[in-house]
Design a protein around this ligand. Structure first.
Ligand SMILES: Nc1ncnc2c1ncn2[C@@H]1O[C@H](COP(=O)(O)OP(=O)(O)OP(=O)(O)O)[C@@H](O)[C@H]1O
Length: 242
């Protein structure tokens, strides 16, 4: 099941509302564990959406194992899952069962098979009692787990995690981190916390819509942290001089 899909960005550019958000990105690697870091507003979430095929580039291409996710929605649905920062932006159905069923039904699974797969997934996480629970009665961490279960049910090759820990307590972060580590799927993990990328095999630093650095976490993350520390000091000084 473990597979390292090839992610290729070929001079990918994206303008949103007339503003360049991603600028001439070039990248070509097989990915198992790819971390993406960068300042607020640098373009990380936008890139995640392009990877998942939710946005089409303005020019250039993004391919995953040769497939263009924005053009081949069927392949993207089957191969790529995306976990957003806020589960409330992802969940659309009132109950856990309906939410978990949606993707499976879209993939063409019949009703009985869908129910059986959902039952097994809930049991895997010790949450069989959630089956008819209204999503609104769950905490943020519990909702995030529902979203993750919905993605896992669809058995994608690649899961994009867009700051999946925001709003979650340290214990749940630890539990989810271990769960992510155990997944056979390739992961792209967008984070503000370089500690989350321990053991990753590649890091990409996006800065103002451009690739500032791409390489092993051991080379990229210290430079990123130096930059962030300097930027923090700079902001303090500009506050003082205003
Ligand atoms: N739909 C949109 N229309 C216009 N501009 C957008 C749109 N979505 C994002 N942007 C802009 O694109 C830039 C990159 O946003 P993005 O959310 O990708 O950044 P980010 O690196 O994920 O930031 P953060 O770390 O704060 O989540 C920002 O300047 C943002 O205002």
């Amino acid at each position: 099941m473990a597979h390292s899909p090839r992610l290729t960005l070929d001079h990918l550019t994206l303008d949103l509302a007339g503003k360049p958000v991603l600028k001439d990105l070039v990248f070509d690697h097989e990915i198992r564990r790819l971390g993406i870091v960068g300042r607020n507003g640098s373009g990380k979430s936008t890139l995640a959406r392009v990877v998942a095929g939710l946005i089409e580039p303005s020019s250039g291409t993004l391919t995953l194992d040769g497939i263009i996710p924005a053009r081949d929605r069927h392949a993207a649905l089957n191969r790529i899952g995306i976990l957003f920062q806020n589960p409330d932006h992802q969940i659309i159905f009132p109950t856990v069962c309906e939410e978990l069923a949606f993707g499976l039904r879209q993939q063409g699974h019949g009703k009985a098979e869908t129910q059986s797969l959902i039952g097994r997934m809930l049991a895997r996480f010790g949450k069989s009692h959630w089956i008819d629970a209204p999503v609104s009665t769950l905490s943020q961490g519990q909702k995030q787990l529902v979203c993750l279960m919905a993605i896992l049910l669809m058995q994608p090759q690649l899961i994009v995690l867009d700051e999946p820990f925001s709003g979650l307590d340290l214990a749940i972060r630890g539990q989810l981190t271990r769960l992510f580590e155990s997944l056979p799927q390739a992961l792209i993990h967008i984070t503000h916390d370089p500690d989350c990328l321990r053991g990753y095999d590649h890091a990409l630093w996006i800065h103002e819509g451009e690739i500032r650095q791409s390489g092993t976490p051991e080379t990229v993350l210290p430079d990123y942290l130096d930059y962030m520390n300097q930027a923090g000091l700079g902001d303090d000084l500009s506050d003082l001089t205003d």
